[in-house]
Structures are given as C-alpha cells and as structure tokens.
Write a protein that binds this ligand. Structure first.
Ligand SMILES: Cc1cc2nc3c(=O)[nH]c(=O)nc-3n(C[C@H](O)[C@H](O)[C@H](O)COP(=O)(O)OP(=O)(O)OC[C@H]3O[C@@H](n4cnc5c(N)ncnc54)[C@H](O)[C@@H]3O)c2cc1C
Ligand SMILES: NC(=O)c1ccc[n+]([C@@H]2O[C@H](COP(=O)([O-])OP(=O)(O)OC[C@H]3O[C@@H](n4cnc5c(N)ncnc54)[C@H](O)[C@@H]3O)[C@@H](O)[C@H]2O)c1
Length: 474
C-alpha cells in the first residue's frame, strides 16, 4: 500500500461515458482530476450496451428499410449476413480495446488510474490494481461515483444453475444462436430480440406484463406486431416459474403451463445502480437508497464532497442523460471549488440536471422505433398538472413516401394552463430523428400558438406535428 496519497482536486470512480464526462468537465474548469476504472474506459455503453446493440440492429434495419420500398425491395436478394454484421459490431466495440478512449482521456488532461476504487474515508479513495497493489488517492474538492449499474437477475427457480446470457454476453456474442429465448420484454429485451431475429435466430420473448410496458400501449403494439410479423413469438402476460436445462439448450416453464425451449436464454430484466463494495456504509450511507440533489451531490452525513451521476445515481438509466448529469456535476464542483456556487442550485442552470424530472428523451431503437420525451399524462397529473392528450396516426405523405405501408402513431401531452408541450411520443419506422424537436419544445416550454409557426417540411414524417396541432384545435 502506498502510504502518502496522491492528491487531485477531484477523483471520479468509474470510467464509463458518465465518469469520462464528469472528469473532462472538471479539467476543462481548471481543476486536476483522476479517473479510476476497473475494466474498460468507455464503460458498459461502449462495449456491452448502447453501441454494440445498435450495431447489431442496424444491418437488419437497413435491409428491412430497403425491402419496404418498391423498387429498392427488388434489389434485396438475400438475408443480412450475420457474420459480417458481427464483424461490423466488433469494430464499433473497438474490439473491446479501450486504448482509443484512454488516449482521449490523456488528451483531455485526465489522469487514468486503472483498478477498482472504493471510498476509504472522507475525500479518500483506495484503488486495488490488477496485481493486488493498493494505491491511495485524495480529493481536495470532490469524489464522484460514476460506477454505472448491474443487471438485476430475477429469483426464478433454476436460473442460477442454468447457463444464460445477460445483455453483456448478447451484445458481445460471437455467433447468432439458432434459437433465443428472451426473458424480459423491456427495452434491452425488445431491441435484442429484433436484432437476433433479423440476423437469423428463432426468437421467443417472454414478458411478464406487456412488451415495452413503460411506453404507451399503441406504440408498444406497433413494435409487438412488427416483431410477430417477422416471426418472433411474443408471449405477453406470462410469468416464468422455472428454468431448466433441456433439449440443446434451456427450457422455460411458464405459469400458464406452457414451455419455451431455445438454444440460448437472454435474461434482460432490468438493472440497478452498482454501488456495492464502494465503502458507502462506512460513511453512514445506504447504497440501496442513495439520494442526490440536482447538482448530483449525495445527501447524507458526509460533508458534501461526494457526488454521483449516471446509472449509479439511480435516475434515468440512459447514456445521454447520465452525461448531462455529469456535465452538471463537473460544473458544480468547479464552481463550488471557486466559491461561486453555494448549496442551492438554480433550476435550469448549468449546475442542475433539471431535465431529469420532466424532459428525458429516450428511443427504443427497434423498427418501428419508439421515441418519447417528457411526461406521460399520468406522470403530469401526478405532478399536479392539468393536461390534454392528442393522438394521431402517422399517415402523412412523407411517411408513405418513406416506406410502403408505413404504420406509425404519435401522441402529444399538452399542459392546459400554459398551453405548452409537456410530453411527446412517436412510434413508427425512422421516427428517431423526430424526437429532438419535441425535446426542444418541452424544455423550451414553447407555447403551442408559437409552435404552430414551426412549419414541418413537405413531404416529411414531421408533418405529423401539424396533424397533432390541428387535432388540438389550432
Ligand atoms: C443492452 C443495453 C443497451 C443500451 N442502449 C442504450 C442506448 O441505446 N442509449 C442509451 O442512452 N442508453 C442505453 N443503455 C443504457 C446505458 O448503457 C447506460 O445508461 C450507460 O452505460 C450508463 O453510463 P455510466 O457511465 O453511468 O455507467 P457504465 O457505462 O456502466 O460505466 C461504469 C463504469 O464504472 C466502472 N466501475 C464500476 N465500479 C467501479 C469501481 N469500484 N472502481 C472502478 N471502476 C468501476 C465499470 O467498469 C464501468 O466501466 C443501454 C443499456 C443496455 C444494458
Ligand atoms: N435504447 C435505449 O435507450 C436502451 C436500450 C436498452 C437498455 N436501456 C436502458 O437500460 C436499462 C435496462 O434495460 P432492461 O431492458 O434490462 O430494463 P427495463 O426496465 O427496460 O425492462 C426490464 C423488463 O423486465 C421485466 N421483468 C423484471 N423482472 C422480471 C421477471 N422476474 N420475469 C420476467 N420479466 C421481468 C420488467 O417487467 C420489464 O419489462 C433500461 O432502464 C433502459 O433505460 C436503454
């Protein structure tokens, strides 16, 4: 163990997208930062989540897009090439080599400390390196927890003894299994079901409620219908009673007496913050109930030097939102170190991740996609807002031109008192890029009367905005 700690202004534990951004922001503000990473710089997102999952989806989506356009469809003569798709994915995952990201950190002036970090007292971090050596780091101003999340594995009898994939194994798969059972119909399960189905697997999704239960029913239905049309079996409202080895792989026994057999099982049943083993209990903090304020500062008995951001902080489990929190944390730490920011943080300032509460954008990258931002009507009402809801099928000329037989659906949630948009959902092929306009309108609290003058181009899918505003009465 090194006796004298190396001192930095800020120590960040966890080098995923969130940790990298927090450290980068701190250095940009003129402070010295160390970033502690136990595995690969770039985190889950770069190697086992966002990037490889989107890389696995893209070839199937490109082929389906061409098949959906008469004249182009005739040029598509085969199925996606799974081996080539996996090779392309390998490239996007940088072959699980983080030297490029480590270089980025060095260029940004962040010092990388490889090893597993834990809090060893106020402003103290202990890092155990690969060879078992222990280094001590001290932080003058702040320690930031950016340790991400871990999969939540459900207590299904037999699961612990069965071989199964988590999202890590699925996104890093070396081959496409002949058949795949997916337990969990959330975002990961649905995206990976379509990715593997389009690359050649026979896929069954087992969802204990409905597919994409966190999204509006009509949007989720469009996705479920598309999956079923492509040959995916979607079993909704089905619990799993046990998992056992069987046939050439595994078998799920469902609560309606049915069984699902597959060569591989993917368990994608949610994630929770990775806060175990960080020494939080010794500081009087409960890892299962960490609370952070808008600037990411952890509430508790310690003297306000501890921050958390991204998946570790327990808010939206999304890269872009975590990076947004990291920018707020980094800027708040710099401002507090300079005595420019006190305890309270003004909403919508650069030190606050205000949008986390009311304007989180998310896309389910399936085909059709689901893109949503802001509050649902239920969330808005729970927050004390009176809202109106307008819905419209996406049946505009731009959509029909975009893909033959285009099916899409959109919803706006409008605050009645101020007549501003508080939420929006778009579902359909290639609606992904429609979302940012809605995010700008929600964050900017643009009155609908003014939004009326944001004229969507003819013929684009965005014309659905006009239909929705007309539906609202404009
Ligand atoms: C299959 C899948 C697909 C996804 N797709 C998307 C998507 O398309 N878009 C999107 O926005 N989000 C997506 N997400 C969510 C996204 O991956 C996470 O929100 C994001 O990775 C969170 O970033 P983070 O930096 O907080 O954590 P992570 O990316 O998990 O990084 C945390 C880092 O901390 C390190 N670490 C942990 N503990 C320690 C320790 N004690 N000492 C040192 N290092 C430590 C880990 O090794 C890791 O590198 C997806 C998730 C999954 C599972
Ligand atoms: N495109 C994206 O932005 C993207 C993609 C993938 C993941 N993510 C993020 O990663 C996080 C984790 O993804 P996820 O899909 O694992 O979580 P999720 O919360 O989206 O879905 C988990 C699903 O598992 C189900 N489930 C839980 N326990 C179960 C059980 N015992 N049996 C059967 N089903 C069970 C839940 O009902 C839910 O439908 C998400 O919160 C999401 O924000 C984002």
């Amino acid at each position: 163990m090194t006796r004298t700690p190396q001192t930095y202004d800020v120590v960040v534990i966890g080098g995923g997208p969130v940790g990298e951004n927090a450290a980068g922001r701190v250095v940009r503000g003129g402070l010295r930062a160390a970033l502690v990473e136990a595995q690969l710089v770039g985190g889950e997102c770069s190697y086992w989540a966002c990037v490889p999952s989107k890389a696995l989806l893209r070839p199937g989506a490109a082929v389906a897009a061409a098949r959906g356009v008469g004249g182009a469809a005739e040029a598509v003569t085969g199925a996606p090439d799974a081996a080539a798709a996996l090779r392309r994915r390998d490239g996007f995952a940088a072959h699980w080599d983080d030297s490029g990201q480590a270089e980025w950190l060095a260029g940004a002036g962040v010092e990388l400390v490889r090893g597993r970090g834990r809090l060893a007292g106020p402003r103290q971090v202990e890092v155990t390196t690969g060879d078992g050596a222990v280094r001590r780091l001290a932080a003058r101003h702040a320690v930031v927890l950016a340790t991400g999340s871990r999969p939540a594995v459900p207590p299904v009898p037999g699961l612990a003894d069965a071989p199964f994939w988590g999202t890590r194994e699925a996104t890093a798969a070396r081959e496409v299994p002949g058949s795949l059972a997916v337990l969990g119909g959330g975002v990961s399960g649905t995206e990976l079901a379509q990715a593997f189905a389009r690359l050649g697997s026979r896929v069954t999704v087992v969802a204990r409620s409905r597919l994409l239960g966190a999204f509006p029913r009509p949007a989720a239905r469009l996705v479920a219908d598309a999956l079923e049309t492509e040959g995916v079996t979607v079993l909704e409202g089905r619990g799993t009673e046990r998992v056992r080895r069987g046939g050439d792989g595994i078998e799920l026994v469902l609560d309606d007496g049915g069984t699902v057999s597959a060569q591989r099982l993917l368990v994608s049943t949610g994630r929770r913050p990775a806060l175990d083993g960080l020494g939080l209990e010794e500081l009087g903090l409960d890892p299962a109930a960490l609370r952070v304020d808008d600037s990411g500062r952890v509430a508790g008995p310690q003297e306000q030097w501890l921050y958390a951001a991204g998946d570790a902080a327990g808010g939206p489990l999304l890269t872009h939102q975590g990076k947004y929190e990291a920018r707020a944390v980094g800027d708040a730490v710099v401002a507090r170190a300079a005595g420019r920011l006190g305890d309270s943080v003004p909403a919508w300032s650069r030190y606050a991740s205000t949008a986390d509460a009311c304007a989180v954008p998310q896309v389910v990258f399936t085909d059709p996609a689901v893109a949503s931002v802001g509050r649902s009507a239920e969330q808005a009402r729970a927050d004390g807002l009176e809202v109106d809801v307008v819905e419209h099928d996406i049946d505009v000329a731009g959509a029909s031109l975009h893909r033959d037989g285009y099916r899409g659906w959109a919803r706006l949630v409008v605050g009645r008192r101020r007549r501003t948009l508080v939420g929006a959902v778009f579902a359909g092929p290639d609606v992904t890029e429609l979302l940012h306009a809605a995010t700008v309108a929600v964050v900017g609290e643009v009155p609908l009367e003014r939004l009326w003058h944001a004229v969507p181009v003819f013929p684009t899918i965005s014309e659905v905005w006009l239909r929705l505003l007309e539906e609202y009465g404009l």
